[in-house]
Write a protein that binds this ligand. Structure first.
Ligand SMILES: Cc1ncc(C[n+]2csc(CCOP(=O)(O)OP(=O)(O)O)c2C)c(N)n1
Ligand code: SF4
Length: 292
């Protein structure tokens, strides 16, 4: 495949609704390159998202799309993967959408370990609704609603990596879109991983977040080195808790964990996706009758 095979803008007549300089552009480019290098075709891919600037990304990629309600991308992604395990399923949304409105789905999807990749565009702000604080906003952050003279945003900053690792997520990583090549490589690892893969992508919002800029992320991030052991959950948890500087790379990976399709029982006796199976009318009728 080529990255251009995912280019929808050649076919449709509208503009991308992101501000010039937004980190979402780099994420879209890294994604198209990652898909091309993995040789995944648009036909075998489904992108699922919620609501927000980040959640618009499936509209700008030529592939199958399901756009759900705010925070609800993961249940839809799980259902799509469960009904057809042959598809590559990528869920993609913002930090507010995934960790705020979708927080409960984030938790319980990790516990089920479906074989899907989750890319969170983490700009530490609600972009689409014009700059309110999100769960990953830093304490003291001043927004249109949380004013500096009142201490700005006063909540404890949500730590998605620590939460995911503590729940036993089978792949947990962080990228910064200032390094597009590395983001692409982490996307490829997340897509290739067997099980739920969280990739939190630090993504500057150049319009509503003048604190966490490209420069700020460059200064406040560093790469995990080659000696780092990504198979040790305790080490990964400690690393994730350290927010003084944000580590980039794969924090934790356990490919041996069984996936939702493997544990659900649906594919024990028949490995065909659900749409390829015949409808057993007698079974259905007796099920309906049993519920009367
Ligand atoms: C249930 C619900 N609550 C609130 C909203 C309003 N809303 C739409 S987008 C959004 C924020 C999106 O922020 P984020 O997910 O961080 O993505 P970004 O726009 O920054 O990429 C909010 C609060 C909504 N659509 N539905
Ligand atoms: S508001 Fe922020 S996140 Fe949304 S498109 Fe503009 S720069 Fe990007």
């Amino acid at each position: 495949m080529k990255a251009d095979d995912f280019e929808i803008m050649d076919d449709v007549d509208y503009d991308i609704a992101w501000c010039p300089g937004c980190g979402n552009f780099g994420i879209r480019k890294a994604l198209k390159d990652a898909l091309a290098e993995l040789d995944i075709s648009p036909q075998e891919l489904v992108m699922v998202s919620g609501i927000g600037q980040a959640a618009k990304i499936p509209h700008y990629v030529k592939t199958n799309v399901f756009n759900g309600l705010h925070g609800r991308s993961l249940p839809s992604a799980l259902a799509i993967k469960a009904s057809n395990p042959n598809l590559t399923v990528i869920a993609e949304s913002g930090d507010g959408c995934m960790y705020g409105e979708g927080g409960n789905h984030f938790t319980h999807t990790i516990l089920r370990n479906p074989n899907i990749a989750m890319f969170v565009h983490d700009n530490m702000v609600y972009g689409l609704t014009k700059g309110q604080a999100s769960p990953t906003s830093q304490r003291g952050f001043e927004t249109s609603l949380q004013k500096a003279d009142r201490g700005g945003w006063t909540n404890t900053q949500f730590n998605p990596l620590a939460q995911a690792i503590s729940l036993g997520a089978s792949f947990v990583a962080r990228a910064f879109i200032g390094d597009q090549e590395e983001t692409k490589d982490l996307m490829k690892k997340a897509i290739r991983h067997k099980g739920f893969a969280l990739l939190d992508i630090l993504q500057p919002c150049v319009t509503y977040n003048d604190v966490n800029t490209y420069g700020w992320f460059s200064k406040n991030t560093y790469y995990l080195d080659d000696a780092y052991d990504a198979t040790d959950q305790n080490v990964a948890f400690e690393k994730a808790l350290d927010m003084s500087k944000l580590a980039l790379g794969v924090f934790y990976q356990d490919p041996s964990k069984p996936t939702f399709s493997e544990t659900s029982g649906v594919y024990d006796a028949d490995d065909r996706p659900l749409f390829k199976r015949d409808l057993d009318k007698d079974k259905l009728e007796s099920l309906i009758a049993s519920m009367k």
